[in-house]
Design a protein around this ligand. Structure first.
Ligand code: GAP
Length: 451
C-alpha cells in the first residue's frame, strides 16, 4: 500500500487533502491522472448500466435532503458505531474494533490491554455529518450530508416511474458523493469521510427478488473481471445474519484481496420493500406500482448493488501495480521498472506521442499526430527528457501505447508503437492511427501480471 500511496503522490493521481496545513484526517484530493482514472471507472460503470441495458435510468439527486428522509430510512436512529473513550490517552475507539486498533499510549498493545487504559462504556455515535439549512443557525432546520446516495433514488421513485414509462423490473442509478463521519477511516482511499458511490436500486416484483439478487451478484463480479481485475483476487461473501444492515434481508459483498486482506469492494443487498414502505409511511404518498395487465397493486422489492468509486479505483490501482526487471531501452542493461497494468479503457492516458529528438521536424510531426488522436482518445504530447525516462513515466501512469516519432517518421509518415505490457515495438502508418488506437483500447484485455 505504501508503494501505491507514494506512486499516486509522485505521479499526480492522489494527494492528501489540505497538506500545506498539515492535512485533515482521511480526506484526499485527486490530481490530473487520478481525475482521469476515476472518471474512467465511473464512465465504465455508467456504460454497463445505461448503454448496455434498457432497464436502467440515471438520476442525480441533491446531497441535502429533507431531514425526514433520514428518519424514514432509519439512519437517524440506527446509523451508528459503538464508541469508547480512553480517559488516560484521550483517544476514542470503535468498541467492536478494539482487537485491531493500537493503544494510544502503547501502540504494540490494544486499547484496554494495559493497566493504564481506562475505557468508558460503549455509546452509540451517529456517522452522519450535521449542518443547518438557512442563514441563521438557531432557526435553521437541521440537515445532514447524505451518508448514501440510495435514499435520493427511493424518494424519486414516483417521478422516475411516471416519466420513464417503465414497469418493474427497472432501476435508477446514481453516481455521486456521500459523507460519513467514520471513526476509524484509513488505508488511503479505502475508507474516507467523503467518497463517491455508484449505486443503483433495482425495483422488482416481490416474487422475482431472489432471481435478480443472484443476477446482480454475477453481473457485478463480471464487471470487475472484464476491466482487468484478476479473478483469483475477487470473491463473493454472504453476510452472516448479525452483519446485515437494518434494511437488508440478504447481502453479499464482492471482496477484493487488498494489501490489508480480503475487504469489501461492493455490497449487493436485497432490501425487500423496506425503503419504499418507510418513505410511503413518513411522506403520506403512495409508493407502489399498479400492474394494469393483472390488476395487481404492489410495493416493489429492491435489489441494490452499491459500489464505491474511490474503493474501486484503489482496487484497480492495486491490481495494476507491478514491478519487473527489464533491459534498459537503448542500453540493454538491467533496470527495475514500475508499471501500472491498467485495462486500456481505464488508463488515464491512452497514447503518449513522443518525438525522439526536439529537432528535424519531429516535434511538428508529433504535434500533428497528437492533434489527430486527441479527438478520439486522451492523448499526451511529451518531449521532456530522454526517451527511456519518458517511457518509464508513462509506464508509471499506465499509458498503454507510446508512439515515438523518429527520423524515419518524417520520411515515410510512420510511428513506432511501444506496447506498455509486452514492450514490443511495431511500426504503424500515421494514416488511420487514431482508429487503430481506439480499436486496441476497446479490444478484450487480460493482465499479464502474475499472482
Ligand atoms: N446504500 C448501501 C450502502 O451505502 P455500504 O456498504 O455502506 O452500502 C457501499 O456502501 C459501498 O460504498 C461500499 O462497498 C464501499 O465501496 C463504498 N464505501 C462505503 N463507505 C465508504 C467510505 N467510508 N470510504 C470509501 N468508500 C466507502
Amino acid at each position: 500500500m505504501e508503494k501505491i500511496v507514494a506512486l499516486c503522490k509522485r505521479r499526480g493521481f492522489i494527494f492528501p487533502s489540505s497538506e500545506i496545513y498539515g492535512g485533515v484526517g482521511s480526506t484526499y484530493d485527486y490530481g490530473h491522472y487520478g481525475v482521469l482514472l476515476k472518471s474512467n471507472v465511473k464512465n465504465e460503470w455508467w456504460r454497463a448500466m445505461l448503454q448496455e441495458r434498457d432497464d436502467i435510468v440515471a438520476i442525480d439527486s441533491a446531497i441535502l435532503q429533507h431531514p425526514r428522509v433520514w428518519e424514514a430510512s432509519g439512519h437517524l436512529a440506527g446509523f451508528t458505531d459503538p464508541l469508547v473513550d480512553c480517559k488516560t490517552c484521550g483517544q476514542r475507539f470503535r468498541a467492536d474494533h478494539l482487537a485491531d486498533l493500537p493503544c494510544g499510549r502503547k501502540p504494540s498493545k490494544h486499547p484496554g490491554e494495559t493497566d493504564e487504559c481506562d475505557l468508558t462504556e460503549a455509546r452509540d455515535f451517529n456517522l452522519m455529518f450535521e449542518t443547518t439549512i438557512g442563514p441563521v443557525k438557531e432557526s435553521g432546520a437541521t440537515a445532514y450530508l447524505r451518508p448514501e446516495t440510495a435514499q435520493g433514488i427511493f424518494i424519486n421513485f414516483k417521478n422516475v416511474l411516471q416519466f420513464s414509462r417503465k414497469q418493474p423490473p427497472f432501476e435508477s442509478a446514481q453516481v455521486s458523493k456521500s459523507f460519513r463521519n467514520e471513526i476509524t477511516p484509513g488505508n488511503f482511499i479505502f475508507r474516507t469521510r467523503e467518497f463517491e458511490q455508484m449505486e443503483m436500486e433495482f425495483f422488482v416484483p416481490p416474487a422475482e427478488a431472489q432471481k435478480w439478487f443472484e443476477h446482480w451478484l454475477a453481473e457485478r463480479e463480471r464487471w470487475y473481471v472484464e476491466l482487468g481485475i484478476r479473478p483469483e483476487m475477487l470473491r463473493l461473501r454472504a453476510h452472516d445474519a448479525d452483519e446485515l444492515s437494518h434494511y437488508s434481508s440478504g447481502t453479499s459483498d464482492v471482496e477484493y484481496l487488498f494489501p490489508i486482506g480480503w475487504s469489501e469492494l461492493e455490497g449487493i443487498a436485497n432490501r425487500g420493500n423496506f425503503d419504499l414502505t418507510q418513505h410511503a409511511q413518513f411522506s403520506g404518498q403512495k409508493l407502489e406500482y399498479f400492474d394494469q395487465a393483472s390488476g395487481e397493486r404492489y410495493v416493489p422489492h429492491v435489489i441494490e448493488p452499491a459500489a464505491g468509486a474511490d474503493r474501486a479505483t484503489l482496487a484497480f490501482l492495486v491490481d495494476a501495480y507491478d514491478e519487473e526487471v527489464v533491459e534498459r531501452e537503448g542500453t540493454g542493461s538491467g533496470e527495475m521498472r514500475t508499471v501500472l497494468r491498467l485495462h486500456p479503457r481505464l488508463a488515464p492516458v491512452k497514447a503518449a506521442i513522443l518525438p525522439l529528438v526536439n529537432k528535424d521536424g519531429q516535434p511538428e510531426l508529433a504535434r500533428e499526430v497528437h492533434e489527430a488522436l486527441r479527438a478520439s482518445v486522451q492523448s499526451e504530447y511529451d518531449d521532456g527528457g530522454a526517451i527511456g525516462k519518458r517511457y518509464r513515466r508513462h509506464d508509471e501512469i499506465g499509458t498503454p501505447f507510446c508512439l515515438t516519432i523518429d527520423h524515419q517518421s518524417t520520411e515515410d509518415r510512420t510511428v513506432t508503437l511501444r506496447d506498455r505490457d509486452s514492450l514490443e515495438q511495431e511500426r504503424l502508418p500515421i494514416e488511420g492511427l487514431a482508429e487503430e488506437i481506439v480499436r486496441r483500447v476497446h479490444a478484450p484485455w487480460k493482465t499479464p501480471k502474475q499472482l
